[in-house]
Design a protein around this ligand. Structure first.
Ligand code: HEM
Length: 503
């Protein structure tokens, strides 16, 4: 049989296809099965093929590549992402050469919903806001306020909500419940009012939905060439249409909150040490609505999302590790607690601080399921990282906390196992792991400001829930991370709740 002769146009079409095919075979059978970069189209095919498991995919490549790799955008897109899970690089980027790795202008554009808040700025503006927040959050009255309001919220909303779900035999989504609870608690801290979104009527919470849509869109923006998402934004199409809607909802909500809080200050009717209240009283803080809006949005997002993600994954790992739950119950039964009129136990934050195993179980959850799974940094001047990798301006660096929690070189051969014991020293105290190895709360000058507050709240909520109730995860449910900048669960965590009858 004679071979058909090919025209010039056909050759132009065939040759790139053949090249792609051989490249695929080469990677599949001779290099390793996960090479992310393709000729011409860069990472796009690999990203699309792994779109529903992107965090695990990144972690697998980082493992195979000893903790570092580059991901290239399509030809001419000028997009290069450098992924790292290497503690020496993380230490260099976050601490030793911090000045060279700001979040950068592109980050600010991608995260524009956060305005010029603490998360989204660099230099003087960031430092000013961080210092103000640090002072506010370390004040004794603020800390007491957190303990007291969390305790009240547990007693007046969370436990009654769970009792009702038992009485009505409801199947509930724990993730949704934690989002509502964290949102209410963060609203109290931000502007001193409980919006009551945690109730078995499941009221719609437009602001919370807007934040979910915005964080999903931000993930989309990070993983696409900027020209692409900017075009969609201009056209208000696809994911960007949701972002535009979220912005309107968010802006309206925050404007109302600020107006209400200002009015209360004028009337002197509300004296809580909440964030907005403290800012309105502080003469050194710009009183402009824009500054207050940005501060409030950043605080609300910080408090709601990370806390609810941490709690959801904690209850998921507990459901998979019966022994851990038993050990936690044993520890809880050894400390003093108060009892509600309905006979349910509530724990004091100070009592919980001494429970080493309980705290270790939380840290172990955050190791495997960090609520902020990756960070984004830009590069000011060309640099060579401790790993020998070269980084240049225009690149985005993505340090992955999710991958770091799964690296054998950091945690040993059993890195994929849930083992709270790894956090406990021979003398029975909590082991300190430096933040450039355990990146869940970030590292260096931008370390999370809410770390101790968050751990207090998570411990109080989880202690009351575990001690008073049992949670049976609905069978056959697939629990996996969602595509977002926050480690939500894509299908939620559906459970049936029972009252615990014996400890
Ligand atoms: C389990 C709970 C939490 C985790 C795992 C967590 C983790 C993180 C991470 C990874 C960052 C760095 C983000 C970035 O640079 O893009 C961060 C920053 C921050 N967090 Fe948290 N966070 C938690 C809870 C909270 C809470 C409850 C608050 C306060 C309401 C809070 C306040 C902040 C603030 C203000 C920053 C900005 C720090 C800066 O850029 O200087 N966090 N957090």
């Amino acid at each position: 049989m004679a071979w058909p002769s090919l025209t010039g146009t056909e050759l132009i079409l065939y040759i790139p296809c053949l090249l792609l095919f051989f490249y695929y075979l080469y990677n599949t059978y001779f290099v390793f099965p996960l090479s992310p970069n393709w000729p011409l189209v860069g990472m796009l095919p690999s990203l699309l093929a792994n779109a529903d498991r992107v965090h695990d995919w990144m972690a697998e490549i980082l493992k195979l590549k000893n903790g570092n790799f580059y991901l290239r955008g399509p030809w001419l897109s000028d997009m290069t992402l450098f992924f790292t899970a290497d503690p020496a690089n993380v230490h260099h980027i976050f601490t030793q050469n911090f000045q060279n790795y700001p979040k950068g202008e592109e980050f600010a554009e991608i995260f524009e919903v956060l305005g010029h808040g603490v998360f989204n700025t660099d230099g003087q503006l960031w430092r000013f806001q961080r210092e103000k927040l640090q002072v506010t959050m370390s004040q004794k009255c603020f800390c007491t306020f957190i303990g007291k309001t969390t305790q009240e919220k547990i007693e007046n909303s969370l436990l009654p909500f769970l009792s009702e779900t038992v009485d009505q035999r409801l199947v509930i989504d724990l993730q949704d419940m934690f989002s509502r609870l964290s949102f209410d608690m963060t609203c109290i801290l931000t502007f001193g009012a409980d919006l009551g979104s945690l109730s078995t009527d499941f009221p719609a919470v437009p602001f919370a939905q807007a934040v979910d849509d915005a964080t999903a869109t931000i993930f989309f923006r990070i993983t696409r060439p900027s020209a692409w998402w900017k075009l969609l934004k201009f056209l208000e199409s696809g994911q960007e249409k949701r972002m535009a809607k979220s912005r309107v909802v968010g802006e309206r909500f925050i404007a109302e909150v600020i107006e209400k809080r200002k009015q209360e200050m004028i009337e002197g009717s509300h004296v809580f040490p909440d964030l907005l209240g403290s800012y309105l009283r502080d003469e050194n803080i710009p009183n402009s609505n824009k500054f207050l809006r940005d501060s409030a949005v950043n605080f609300l997002v910080a408090g709601r999302d990370a806390n609810s993600s941490g709690l959801s994954w904690f209850f998921w790992v507990l459901s998979q590790n019966q022994q851990t739950e038993e050990k936690i119950l044993h520890e809880l039964s050894s400390v003093r607690h108060s009892t509600t009129p309905e006979g349910m136990a509530i724990f004091d934050p100070e009592e919980l601080e001494n429970l080493v195993y309980f705290r270790a179980a939380f840290l172990e959850t955050l190791r495997l399921f960090p609520p902020v799974p990756f960070n984004v940094k830009s590069v000011l001047k060309p640099d060579i990282l401790p790993s020998g990798s070269r980084v240049t301006p225009g690149m985005k660096i993505i340090p992955s906390a999710y991958a770091m929690g799964r690296m054998e070189m950091i945690w040993g051969k059993d890195c994929m196992e849930f083992k709270p014991e790894r956090w406990i020293s021979e003398t029975g105290t909590l082991r300190h792991v430096p933040s450039h190895k355990f990146l869940a709360f970030n590292a260096g000058p931008r370390t999370c400001l809410g770390r101790s507050m968050a751990l207090t709240q998570l411990n109080m909520v989880a202690a009351a829930m575990v001690y008073n109730f049992c949670f049976d995860v609905v069978e056959g449910q697939i629990v996996a991370p969602a595509l977002s900048i926050v480690l939500h669960m894509k299908n939620g965590l559906m459970v049936r709740v029972r009252r615990r009858t014996c400890i």
